[in-house]
Design a protein around this ligand. Structure first.
Ligand code: SF4
Length: 932
């Protein structure tokens, strides 16, 4: 019987599809002595490892919390259904990855709400973690369950399950939460919740009670304390106060975003009216590009990643994007590290930006035109011109890209059939502009109105209406030979219900979860009939939640203040109705959305100047500003400029010429604003560091550094390493990435193959089956500069994850045989005690005896091509008892293959096929062919 949860999990992992999801042995993992730390903080993410571990916000909090000596933060992710079934069957709780501690043994559980369709997973995690689902049922012995992330801006459907919710930025607030919990005597739960409610940005749902009108709408939300009718979000005013994580966890398993990620800015003031993140994370707060270059370089050195993504809601709009990219590419291209940007706004592209991105690798490019017609683009505030999109497509093709993904939405407010067909027409024009050189894909999702946006009052398409528009698109795109990808209509439907839902939906979520709803964001798992039944059972109508909301209706999230005035959202909605654009407040003028207090909180950017009220820091870093604007004497399209930069430069030039306050010439139309809000008084009239600006205008960009050519390999080092403990569940594909990143971190001069997709010259021996441990794994590492084998050994020893231990290294001739070609046989030991019903010593001994006397030994062999029976007698060189219920086998490796020790033992003891994965097999030695 397992004594600890760690042992219990070790027994379960051979039975699940991807055991490496649950190992917790990644590089960068922090494992503290939990008994010696005062506060145990579980960071939960209600999704599977590959998605959860990709999330940067979680990494940020992990690092901040673990820096405190009095706090230990560990990760807990949703178990995949295969593990969930085993946990239930064997009565084992959900535990943290690091210390295998049950969720219920933490003091606080912080859940990240990134997507509405993870809500049932959150409940499953609490249930498996042995925490009462309802906050009201928890006692002093239970953890405080809190949530954060974009979903926190309308957490009402989850409110009864949550003790608290953090609205907004967590970097500073999480420390305040820890302080309150550390000061708590652990007795009166309501007292600690009241203390937490004093933290700016912290919402305690039980301190607010919604009352409903007869028609089902919210009549009012009654606060327990009338002096506090709303909770305002927390804002980290200056991102430079919290540097990006310097030493993040590097997953062993290929995750969704398997790369280093650096957040270059938070917030976005472009004002796309459907985008919740663009509103709730205002104002714009950029990081210093010079510091980012240093931090990113250091991050890559520490992690060994081969790609870095510059993250934000719209990285093409980051004022330092071009100089930062150029600087990073100059530093990283010789090391074959690629830089990628997430989906990019069309008008934020520039030729210089693309030129930089393609220098190492042509990472897939995604643009977000969002709507197919100019009319609808004006409605949703997409400022680009079609010609810019077509120019970008030509440029992609010219620069060697072969595919381009275009994101669109259907169901946007005021959409007509013409707009839907317009998507296909626009995608067709993009493909034509590229002269057939680009494979264009239209990826189309269904618009779901989000709280705290100007479209929060809009209606959402139902399932049938969505499918009708998808059919139309399939036909129209097919005609133009454009590939079509669409978002599942049922998922959008459920997302729409939950995102603008109220507290009554908590019963529906709980019922759906109890009936088996899991991973609703995965089309193969979503079972909408469960949800429909649950809604009917609780007397709720999906249409009620998807409907258009009257402007005067009290919305379920109105007591949660995302920093946006209702007046601004209404004004912006009226601009949408008239097809008018709202100015970008970082470079044009403030439109008084409410996000800034213009003292501590305001736009922070690295433009040399911009709209009044912002903190424009570009003049402080003229070396960077110099690189932004090229010499345009040639009249050529400036390589470094985006439209936003061009607008700023034009205004700076005009101001210098006039030496007088300039009249504002807005390129965009603005809806009439009330008198008091008119920005005449805010027109930029103060001189703005003209000396610097002139310098900035006159600067020319430095030329691009040519890419490094692949240096030839000069040395081959063979390393023998041990693979034990959690590492026995690391698969062959993952090993390649782990060694590559370890070698990068160790600064080993790895050789790469030539060609379009250079690969590191790392060669492994025959694959060790998942779950087997070994003292004798081999890898060849080829280097471009000679290194002492002992130095390679020491470097890898420092950098490999727990359970992978290099044992010896030696130089082998570069022209010598491959590892595989040198191996004659492997020696294994098999522990029969790992079986659920181990055979008796006598049964094992007589089976071994029978084998010794047999001339043939049929074994079932499973391969991709199918299952067949082979005579393995010749391959089994030795089979003997190595101790009580312990076998030793020497199995020959032949050019045509070998046989698995578990298969041999299975045949020997007539075991069921299902029992074979739990056999503990250890490779103890490798025998090599004698050199001729
Ligand atoms: S308050 Fe003004 S400057 Fe600040 S984010 Fe809103 S619109 Fe922009």
């Amino acid at each position: 019987m397992p004594q600890t949860y760690r042992e219990a999990y070790e027994g379960l992992l051979p039975l699940v599809e991807k055991p490496s999801r649950y190992l917790g042995n990644e590089r960068g993992t922090v494992r503290k002595d939990l008994a010696a730390t005062r506060l145990r903080f579980a960071l939960g993410f209600p999704e599977v490892y590959e998605i959860a571990q990709s999330h940067v916000g979680l990494q940020i909090l992990y690092e901040i919390l673990n820096r405190r000596p009095d706090v230990a933060a560990e990760r807990v992710y949703a178990p995949w259904p295969d593990l969930e079934a085993l946990l239930r069957a064997r009565d084992v709780p959900l535990v943290s990855l690091e210390s295998h501690v049950a969720l219920s043994d933490f003091h606080v559980v912080g859940m990240s709400l990134q997507y509405e369709l993870t809500y049932t997973n959150l409940l499953t995690m609490l249930e498996l973690g042995r925490i009462p689902l309802r906050a009201a049922a928890r006692g002093p012995q239970h953890p405080i369950v809190i949530a954060g992330g974009p979903g926190a801006f309308n957490p009402e459907p989850l409110a009864p399950f949550l003790d608290g919710v953090l609205l907004g930025d967590g970097e500073e607030a999480v420390g305040d939460i820890c302080d309150v919990l550390l000061a708590w005597d652990g007795r009166d739960r309501s007292a600690v919740l009241r203390a937490l409610a004093d933290i700016p940005g912290f919402y305690v749902p039980s301190l607010f009670t919604p009352r409903y009108a007869a028609d089902g709408t919210i009549a009012e939300v009654v606060p327990a304390d009338p002096a506090r009718p709303a909770v305002k979000k927390r804002v980290l005013a200056d991102l430079s106060r919290v540097p990006p994580p310097a030493d993040p966890i590097v997953p062993n398993l290929g995750v969704v975003h398997d790369r280093a990620s650096v957040e270059v800015m938070r917030g976005c003031v472009k004002g796309c009216r459907f985008c919740q993140a663009g509103y709730v994370y205002r104002p714009l707060r950029e990081r210093n590009p010079e510091q980012l270059a240093e931090q990113t370089t250091e991050l890559l050195r520490r992690t060994g990643y081969e790609e870095v993504s510059l993250l934000s809601l719209s990285t093409g709009d980051y004022s330092g994007v071009n100089p930062l990219l150029k600087e990073l590419m100059d530093r990283l291209a010789p090391e074959r590290v690629a830089v990628s940007l997430p989906s990019t706004r069309v008008d934020a592209l520039s030729p210089g930006l693309l030129e930089q991105i393609r220098r190492v690798r042509k990472t897939g490019f995604t643009l977000a035109p969002e709507a197919g017609t100019q009319r609808l683009r004006d409605v949703i505030q997409k400022e680009y011109r079609e010609e810019e999109l077509l120019d970008a497509a030509r440029l992609f093709a010219d620069l060697g890209w072969r595919s381009l993904k275009l994101y669109f939405m259907i169901g946007l407010p005021s959409e007509t059939e013409e707009d839907v067909v317009g998507i296909a027409e626009l995608a067709g024009r993009v493909a034509a502009a590229a002269g057939g050189r680009l494979r264009v894909t239209a990826s189309v999702s269904t618009f779901s109105p989000k709280p705290h946006t100007p479209f929060q009052w809009a209606g959402q398409l139902g399932i049938e209406e969505t499918r009708a528009r998808q059919r139309l698109l399939r036909r129209e795109l097919g005609r133009r030979r454009i590939e079509f990808k669409w978002h599942d209509a049922e998922m959008s439907f459920l997302e729409g219900i939950l995102s603008r839902g109220d507290r009554r939906l908590a019963d529906v979520i709980e019922t759906a979860q109890r009936r088996g709803a899991r991973f609703d964001g995965w089309s193969e798992h979503l079972r909408l009939e469960i949800w429909r039944e649950a809604m009917a059972e609780h007397g709720l109508d999906p249409g009620f939640y998807l409907r258009r909301r009257p402007l005067e209706e009290t919305l379920p999230w109105e007591h949660l203040d995302a920093g946006l005035s209702k007046r601004f959202l209404l004004q912006d909605l009226s601009r949408a109705v008239s097809g008018l654009l709202t100015p970008d407040c970082s470079i044009e003028r403030c439109t008084y959305c409410g996000a800034c207090d213009f003292e501590a909180v305001r736009n922070v950017d690295y433009h040399p100047e911009g709209a009044k009220g912002g903190d424009h820091r570009g003049q402080g870093i003229s070396r960077w500003a110099e690189m932004v604007v090229p010499d345009e004497a040639s009249g050529e399209l400036p390589a470094w400029e985006t439209r936003a930069f061009r607008d700023i430069r034009t205004r700076v030039a005009a101001r210098i010429a006039a030496r007088a306050p300039q009249a504002r010439a807005s390129a965009v139309a603005a809806a009439p604003l009330p008198e008091a809000l008119d920005d005449a008084a805010h027109d930029g009239s103060a001189p703005a560091g003209e000396g610097n600006a002139e310098e900035w205008l006159a600067a020319v960009p430095s030329s691009l550094t040519p890419d490094a050519q692949a240096a030839p390999a000069v040395q081959r080092i063979r390393v023998r390493y041990r693979k034990v403990g959690p590492a026995r569940f690391i698969g062959m594909r993952e090993l390649g990435t782990i060694f590559l990143r370890a070698a990068r971190r160790a600064r080993l001069p790895l050789a790469f193959s030539r060609g379009h997709h250079p690969l590191p010259r790392l060669s492994f021996g025959p694959a060790l089956p998942l779950g087997f441990s070994s003292d004798g794994e081999l890898i060849d590492v080829e280097l471009t500069e000679p290194r002492a084998p002992e130095a390679v050994l020491a470097a890898l020893r420092r950098e490999l994850p727990e359970g992978m231990e290099p044992l010896e290294a030696s130089e082998v001739p570069r022209s010598g045989p491959s590892i595989e070609g040198t191996i004659a046989a492997f020696v294994y030991e098999v522990d029969l005690d790992s079986l659920s019903t181990p055979p008796s010593d006598g049964a094992v001994a007589s089976a071994v005896e029978r084998f010794a006397g047999a001339s043939a030994f049929p074994v079932t062999k499973h391969a991709k091509a199918g299952t067949r029976s082979i005579d393995a007698r010749r391959l089994v060189r030795e089979l003997a008892l190595a101790g009580p219920r312990r076998l030793r086998l020497e199995l020959a490796v032949e050019p045509t293959g070998g046989v698995k020790p578990s298969a041999v033992v299975g045949a020997l003891l007539e075991l069921e096929e299902a029992e074979l994965p739990v056999l503990r097999v250890h490779k103890v030695a490798t025998h090599f062919h004698t050199p001729a």
